[in-house]
Design a protein around this ligand. Structure first.
Ligand SMILES: Nc1nc2c(ncn2[C@@H]2O[C@H](COP(=O)(O)OP(=O)(O)OP(=O)(O)O)[C@@H](O)[C@H]2O)c(=O)[nH]1
Ligand SMILES: [Mg+2]
Length: 240
């Protein structure tokens, strides 16, 4: 299986130097693509240095911070053009553990017909470590709202730790996916549902970042609330 781990970065120089060697140590047959948005802290330079030791490490630099959603759309297209068969989303900030990625990959190997594996905080066995209570409440509330309005049967639809099969991604018109923040993950989950693929959730332990700062913002939360509400209304009143 030819797999690609896509890591979007904005000011993650301390984290990326720990994460990349760990991925190459523990994940077989993998390449890594870092999509950096002109981080002023020198993340790209750190990646270029790592490339000397890891030939499967790729870097794409975009001029300015353009959002998580657009970084992933870019990374998915990049990977599909190069015939990768599994495209993996992973945060740079060490919140997502490589050992959980191994479990997610194992699950995909057992059930090859699964199009989307979600590393989930909110299924049995999943949890968060050191996450502030207010962030946990926000995440749980957002996921409850999504479940009630969109009825997708997914417990952690905002999760950013995922494996997509290339087969599924080729069915999703990526240019129609417009959202940038958490709603990018929800919108992609909707698209996966529409493509009628099998989705499974694997429990993960999500750790709060220790270095760098979060890019979460009020605008990201507002975007998700507005879009989920619109999708929910469409579901109840238009498309059913
Ligand atoms: N390329 C790129 N990467 C981004 C952008 N915004 C966030 N990221 C990266 O996306 C990943 C997730 O961002 P975080 O800041 O950790 O946000 P989060 O995980 O949603 O929120 P926290 O729970 O607070 O960590 C990290 O690897 C970021 O560096 C962006 O605009 N462009
Ligand atoms: Mg994070």
């Amino acid at each position: 299986m030819k797999r690609l781990v896509i890591i979007p970065t904005f000011n993650e120089s301390e984290n990326i130097k720990v994460l990349v060697p760990r991925i190459f140590k523990y994940i077989p047959n993998t390449s890594v693509l870092v999509v950096d948005d002109g981080s002023p802290d020198g993340t790209a330079e750190v990646v270029k240095n790592l490339q000397k030791n890891f030939p499967g490490l790729y870097l794409e630099q975009r001029g300015k911070k353009s959002g998580l959603g657009s970084a992933y759309r870019f990374g998915f297209k990049w990977g599909l053009e190069r015939d990768f068969e599994e495209l993996i989303e992973m945060d740079a900030d060490l919140s997502h553990r490589v050992r959980d990625l191994s479990k997610m990959i194992e699950r995909k190997e057992i059930e090859p017909n699964v199009g989307l594996v979600i590393g989930s905080r909110w299924v049995k066995g999943g949890s968060t470590v050191n996450w502030p209570k207010r962030r946990e409440i926000l995440s749980r509330a957002a996921n409850l709202y999504v479940r009630l309005l969109l009825g997708m049967g997914v417990s952690d639809s905002t999760a950013g730790f995922r494996i997509y099969s290339s087969e599924l991604l080729r069915k999703i018109p990526l240019d129609t996916i417009k959202s940038e923040g958490y709603s990018f993950q929800i919108e992609m989950t909707r698209a996966a549902k529409s493509a009628k693929t099998k989705i499974v959730e694997v429990p993960i332990i999500f750790r709060e970042r220790e270095s760098g700062v979060s890019k979460m913002s009020g605008a990201i939360v507002r975007e998700a609330m507005i879009l989920v509400t619109i999708w929910g209304l469409k579901r109840f009143f238009v498309l059913k």
